[in-house]
Design a protein around this ligand. Structure first.
Ligand SMILES: Nc1ncnc2c1ncn2[C@@H]1O[C@H](COP(=O)(O)OP(=O)(O)O)[C@@H](O)[C@H]1O
Ligand SMILES: CC(C)(COP(=O)(O)O)[C@@H](O)C(=O)NCCC(=O)O
Length: 526
């Protein structure tokens, strides 16, 4: 941090001095007394703002990551390899301008000993968005290989390079030269080329970048910005009203009729076309086989992170599809009904892994969809209750040969697990006729999760039977801390390890901006 700290508010002054000490002398030199003296306050002042020395270290790490995230935000206007290259430069530019913060974020002597698990792991989690950006380049056919390997190779190149530049300079003072920038650029391009990048990456300044790429030549997807998507179904009527939309919107998911009109009306039209075509295919098969192969429900999977707004998407689709004359009977189920009950999760040591693939009775879920698809009547689904955080004993939803079944859940796009013999099982998604992945930046979803947790304190948590009732009385700060802990320890690792990697399997990907509005739609065309 190069700015003079004396004019900053006390909290920022304390953090700045902490970063200086940690970044130049290491954690052994950090004492609350010293930070207080340098910040011009008493030790009580430090404790009042941060509570403890380790909380101070945590705050220094977390704030530094927030700064880096902010510096990287503009590249999310871009796509593919272009975004990865520009991201690498934005990352290096920030790190070299904040060498002490960068040291605090990544020096193992600090993160391994003096930070809490959450902030020590924050470095790993910062890879999440990078992995998602890499996945985008792979999905577009601009890079070839395993996404995780490519993402790690790019990051190792960038991080290793930046750390060397910082260590070679005087503490806190890096003077980047254009020669160093050119060398760095060549190094990152070499890594990208090693994974098959052929796209010529232009050097125009970031602000001039096109908002959206049209279609990558080898990509199996068509990628449309919001306006282009909306124009696709100009003549389809919108059968919902403001009141319908208000009724269907999930907590913290600010959707309105304009958004439904712009985004969901075209989806509903596209689905109607798919349903019609699928029925035509069945009729053709019947003619060929000279027997009636029978109708079967059209099954749609809706996947995405916890708190991304899958439920709102699924409910809107149910409502819109039911208004098409060919599909009046639309049912919606969520996969949480197939979570093992808490007692079973406890027995398996999985209470902290609710939502991970292994926390579900996957065989029961597979049996369920295959029965539905086979046209069986009265197929039953257990019911999960968010309030008690458990399966409701004896309660069931009956799925009775609907025209359309929507299956919503975190893991619905998981590929099949290999059997012990090395052959492949079927996966739930093998029974889908269409699938939708609701996507957003991980940092935005984290914020939505925390905001929803805060809002739930006054509603669901306030009820004595709520599993989270003990959180109803928390102060704002305590509730934020609690929600972030659940997010960082359960939901984000699940997103990164299990959910995000399934995104490219979806027929349609809806990418939301930080205000929940869908900014981009990607449709599989091949
Ligand atoms: N602890 C909770 N108490 C009550 N309702 C909850 C709780 N957590 C989530 N919900 C509700 O459950 C639904 C599903 O949430 P989630 O699985 O996070 O999916 P999404 O937000 O993507 O729809 C949402 O309507 C949400 O408001
Ligand atoms: C119930 C869920 C696993 C979602 O299940 P889904 O319907 O997506 O299969 C999730 O909302 C959840 O409660 N996760 C556990 C961690 C948490 O309390 O946020």
């Amino acid at each position: 941090m190069t700015t003079a700290t004396s004019t900053l508010p006390l909290r920022d002054r304390i953090l700045a001095e902490t970063v200086k000490i940690l970044g130049t002398e290491g954690p052994a030199a950090l004492t609350v007394r010293r930070v207080a003296a340098l910040s011009g306050c008493s030790t009580i002042g430090v404790y009042t703002h941060f509570g403890s020395k380790s909380a101070l270290v945590d705050a220094a790490i977390m704030e530094a990551f927030a700064g880096l995230d902010q510096a990287l935000a503009p590249i999310d206007e871009l796509h593919g390899v272009d975004r990865l290259l520009r991201g690498a430069h934005a990352y290096r530019d920030w790190a070299l301008a904040h060498p002490l913060e960068y040291t605090v974020m990544f020096a193992p002597s600090i993160t391994a000993n003096d930070a809490s698990d959450a902030s020590a792991e924050r470095g790993g989690l910062s890879l999440v968005d990078h992995v998602a950006r890499t996945q985008d380049a792979v999905d577009r056919g601009e890079l070839t290989g395993d996404t995780e390997t490519i993402a790690r190779s790019i990051w190792s190149q960038v991080h290793g390079w930046v750390m060397t530049e910082i260590l070679q300079a005087d503490p806190g003072r890096v003077a980047p030269t254009s020669a160093a920038r050119a060398e760095f650029d060549a190094g990152v391009r070499a890594v990208l080329a090693g994974f098959g990048a052929t796209t010529s990456v232009d050097r125009a300044p970031m602000v001039d970048a096109p908002r959206r790429a049209a279609v990558a030549p080898a990509s199996p997807y068509v990628d449309l910005d919001r306006d282009a998507w909306t124009r696709l179904s100009a003549s389809t009527p919108l059968p919902l009203t403001d009141a319908d939309v208000e009724r269907l919107a999930g907590l913290g998911d600010p959707i309105d009729l304009a958004e439904v009109d712009a985004i969901y009306r075209p989806i509903s039209r596209l689905l109607d076309l798919h349903i019609e075509a699928t029925r035509g295919l069945h009729a053709a098969s019947s003619t060929f086989l000279r027997e009636d192969v029978g109708g079967t429900p059209f099954v749609i999977g809706v996947a995405g992170s916890v708190a991304v707004g899958k439920s709102t998407t699924a409910r809107l689709l149910r409502e819109l599809l039911a208004r098409w004359p060919a599909t009046p009977r639309v049912q919606l189920i969520t996969t949480d009904g197939f979570l093992y009950p808490n007692a079973e999760l406890e027995r398996r040591g999985l209470m902290e892994r609710k939502g991970f693939p292994e926390s579900y009775d996957r065989r029961a879920l597979l049996r369920f969809v295959s029965k539905v698809k086979a046209g069986r009547p009265e197929v039953r689904v257990p019911v999960y209750d968010h309030l008690t955080y458990d399966i409701l004993p004896g309660r069931e939803i009956v799925v009775n040969r609907p025209d359309v079944l929507i299956v919503e859940g975190l893991n619905v796009l998981q590929p099949a697990r290999p059997t012990a013999e090395g052959t492949s099982n079927l996966a739930v998604s093998d029974f889908f006729d269409f699938s939708i992945y609701v996507d957003a930046r991980t940092s935005d979803v984290r914020r939505w999760y925390v905001d929803r947790f805060l809002a739930l304190r006054k509603t669901a948590f306030a009820r004595p039977e709520s599993y989270f009732h003990r959180y109803a009385a928390l102060t704002d700060d305590e509730a934020v801390e609690r929600a972030e802990r659940i997010w960082d320890s359960i939901n984000q690792p699940n997103l990164v390890q299990n959910i995000l990697p399934t995104r490219s399997r979806a027929t349609l990907v809806l990418t939301k901006d930080s205000d929940h509005a869908v900014e981009r739609v990607r449709l599989r065309k091949l």
